[in-house]
Design a protein around this ligand. Structure first.
Ligand code: C2E
Ligand code: MG
Ligand code: MG
Length: 702
């Protein structure tokens, strides 16, 4: 015959036990919440504290519940067994948390709940075994299984409530979960106590060595437990608050590091970070990226005219406009100054990238209103594609190289990167550096190419063509260095040198008795030099030369472009008395009205037309028309690039006045020219001497 303990569920004790259990559950979940974000040491401390909190909760609940039981005598407990029970609960909590922190899945919740429920059941069983009764307590396995099931279900549900898809810092979820966990703790302990069998005639073996008084434990559970739990909870909450502030400060710092303060767009640092990640993803999925380097044309002018604040407002506006055009898969950043970067990572092809660039350019071309004033900015875009245009680290420099080509094409356009753009740029910079020193180092020289009177074969003058003798590069063509000089503002210095040197040479020849007319080439930029005519006049005067000895060649497009403000300078040159010649005629679309109004007296047929003359009926027809036009306008016609006798004959028959080309002579140094003329050398035997020394043209030399 067995007698079971007649468990009296005293509501007041049950409420107290449940309250302590809920407090313990809340402290535990709070401590667990911060583990993921904490550093290693702090995380371990939190996990251990959580284990201790849960063990305190479990033991306190147990002793509070046990204190109401009608035991045979004053209860006492085996100290060691209690320590084991405490350790088991704490260890179970530790293990459970380890299972929870890894990626969440229902199986893991259940596993974690099972571990914790088993540990708590075990702790209760141990605590009951610690009860010093003779003979020992027995168990009803079915009731124990129910206790375990209640534990697993309750704890599992609490975890589900708390966790969401990931376990971590979600403190607000802890409140309902802690309530459920606390209730489960209490219920589990009630169920375990209920599963015990106390044999008939059991006696409390009080007062033995190593036993603890039940009343003292009850007091400890009722007072000490909640105090320690409250302390643990308080420390955890304070720590969370502090680390929350710290995290926010860190976040703020991070935002400042990665955001452009003016436009609030991501900055270059963040862009590069994203670019790297996108490239890795593109590599894995065998996809492409497009990087657009956008640069505004004319922001400098806005800053200078309207002030920095207007420029800033314009940049903000542009940032917003571009941002509004970007989709979620694109990243727009401000790289600094007037530069923006756009990353397209939805596997675009070149056509899609080009379309994107066109859309952005069209959007930017719309006028915008800033401070009641309308502003129009355009932009240039350089595009580099990944992976075909280079490694990810080279993508921004490559897009920048393409951008600078787009700018040189006049801006308001886009350009794709091509191999060699970057080295071309580097080479250009090297050349610019050397070109700056070329004049003072005496590396520039004028070569001269004769012009021949077509019917008589007499020499009528020469064209001065510039050469740059570079120590490493050899002789550099003007077609290479003149555009660089124009682009970087060196053309004025070089042009001034040209005028001085040509006049000096004419004087030197004159002193030798050679009457030589010299034609010089003027670049577009030189015609914007307001003092050009004055400079030429001064050089002529210095060398005691009449303006008539000098011819200025201006390209057709420049000469006949009505909108050009260079015409004031052209008129001044004409007033000075120098001859004007229209170079490279036949390549542009001339404004004939303007051509008539120009004070020019010579047309030079482009050498491209001369080249095709014998083979193309079109070229023949154009040259014929040009010669007739020139005759009608009273202009002299010169054909350049004459290389063959056929060309010479055709041009003479068509009515060209003068010819210039390799057939007669290549451009040569002043010295070589004088010798060549004196020796009467050349592919054809022409008596240059007579034309040079005789008065074949009415040229007045002072
Ligand atoms: P351009 O004024 O049309 O000069 C004629 C070019 O044709 C020269 O090239 C000359 O060497 C070349 N040429 C002459 N005869 C023949 C021929 O029979 N066959 C072929 N294939 N070519 C011939 P170069 O000296 O290389 O000059 C190129 C251009 O550079 C010139 O074209 C001119 O626009 C510019 N340039 C040259 N010197 C100066 C200068 O001092 N100042 C400025 N602003 N431009 C210059
Ligand atoms: Mg020329
Ligand atoms: Mg020419």
């Amino acid at each position: 015959m067995t007698q079971t303990l007649d468990w009296a569920l005293r509501v007041d004790l049950l409420a107290a036990a449940t309250a302590v259990a809920v407090l313990a559950a809340f402290a535990t979940l709070t401590l667990w919440s911060g583990v993921a974000a904490a550093e290693r040491g702090a995380a371990l401390r939190r996990r251990i504290s959580a284990g201790v909190a849960l063990a305190i909760g479990a033991m306190s609940t147990h002793f509070i519940l046990m204190s109401g039981q009608p035991l045979p005598g004053s209860p006492a407990y085996d100290g060691l067994a209690l320590i084991a029970a405490f350790a088991l609960a704490a260890f179970g909590a530790l293990l459970c948390q380890t299972l929870l922190t890894t990626r969440a899945s229902p199986m893991r919740w259940l596993g974690a709940a099972g571990v914790l429920a088993a540990a708590l059941c075990g702790a209760s069983v141990l605590a009951l075994h610690a009860l010093a009764v003779e003979p020992h307590i027995g168990w009803r396995p079915a009731a124990l299984a129910v206790a375990l099931a209640v534990g697993v279900a309750g704890i599992g549900a609490a975890f589900w409530l708390w966790s969401g898809p990931r376990f971590g810092a979600r403190l607000h979820r802890a409140t309902p979960a802690a309530l459920l966990l606390g209730l489960t703790l209490a219920a589990l302990d009630v169920a375990v106590i209920d599963a015990t069998i106390l044999p008939a005639g059991s006696l409390i073996a009080a007062g033995q060595g190593g036993t603890l008084g039940g009343e003292a434990l009850t007091m400890l559970a009722l007072l000490g437990g909640p105090v320690v739990l409250a302390l643990l909870l308080l420390v955890a909450l304070l720590e969370d608050r502090f680390s929350g502030l710290l995290a926010r400060a860190r976040e703020e710092l991070q935002r400042a590091t990665y955001t452009d303060p003016l436009t609030r767009l991501p900055n270059r640092l963040m862009f590069e970070d994203r670019l790297k990640r996108s490239a890795q993803r593109a590599d894995r999925s065998d996809q492409r990226l497009a990087l657009l380097f956008i640069n505004l044309d004319g922001l400098k002018g806005v800053n200078e005219h309207y002030g920095q604040h207007v420029g800033d407002a314009l940049l903000r506006h542009v940032g917003q406009r571009l941002g509004a055009l970007c989709s979620g898969r694109e990243m727009l950043a401000r790289a600094g100054g007037d530069e923006f970067l756009l990353l397209i990572d939805d596997n675009p092809d070149t056509e899609a990238a080009a379309q994107r660039a066109c859309a952005l350019l069209a959007e930017l071309a719309r006028p915008c209103q800033i401070e009641q004033r309308e502003h129009v900015v355009s932009a240039s875009i350089g595009i580099a594609m990944y992976p075909e245009h280079g490694a990810v680290s080279r993508l921004i420099p490559h897009a920048a190289a393409a951008l600078s080509v787009a700018k040189h094409q006049g801006g308001a356009t886009h350009c794709f990167y091509e191999a060699g753009m970057l080295s071309g740029k580097r080479d250009e910079m090297d050349m610019l550096r050397d070109l700056r020193l070329a004049i003072e180092r005496g590396e520039l020289e004028l070569f001269y190419q004769p012009k021949i009177h077509a019917p008589s074969g007499e020499i009528t003058g020469v064209e001065a063509l510039m050469r740059w003798h570079h120590a490493q590069r050899g002789t550099v063509s003007p077609e290479v260095f003149i555009p660089i000089a124009e682009r970087y503002g060196l053309i004025h210095a070089i042009g001034n040198w040209l005028v001085d040197d040509a006049c000096r040479q004419i004087r030197a020849w004159r002193n030798q008795g050679l009457r030589m007319r010299v034609a010089i080439n003027l670049s577009v930029h030189q015609l914007h030099q307001p003092d050009l005519a004055a400079r030429i006049g001064a050089a002529l005067q210095r060398n005691r030369l009449d303006a008539q000895v000098l011819t200025c060649e201006i390209t057709e497009t420049l000469a006949t472009d009505d909108s050009h403000d260079a015409h004031g300078v052209i008129d001044e040159l004409a007033a000075l008395g120098v001859h004007l010649s229209i170079d490279d005629f036949g390549t542009g679309y001339s404004n004939l009205g303007r051509l008539r109004a120009l004070p020019a007296e010579e047309l030079k047929i482009d050498r491209g037309l001369v080249l095709d003359l014998a083979t193309s009926s079109d070229a023949h027809a154009i040259v014929d028309a040009v010669v007739k036009l020139a005759h009608a306008l009273g202009l002299k016609v010169v054909a350049e690039g004459v290389e063959t006798e056929t060309q010479q004959r055709l041009l003479r028959d068509l009515g060209c006045h003068e010819l210039q080309g390799y057939l007669f002579a290549k451009p040569m140094s002043a010295r070589a020219l004088a010798q060549w003329a004196m020796k009467q050398e050349g592919p054809r035997a022409i008596d240059f001497r007579a034309s040079l020394f005789g008065e074949t043209r009415a040229v007045e030399l002072i």
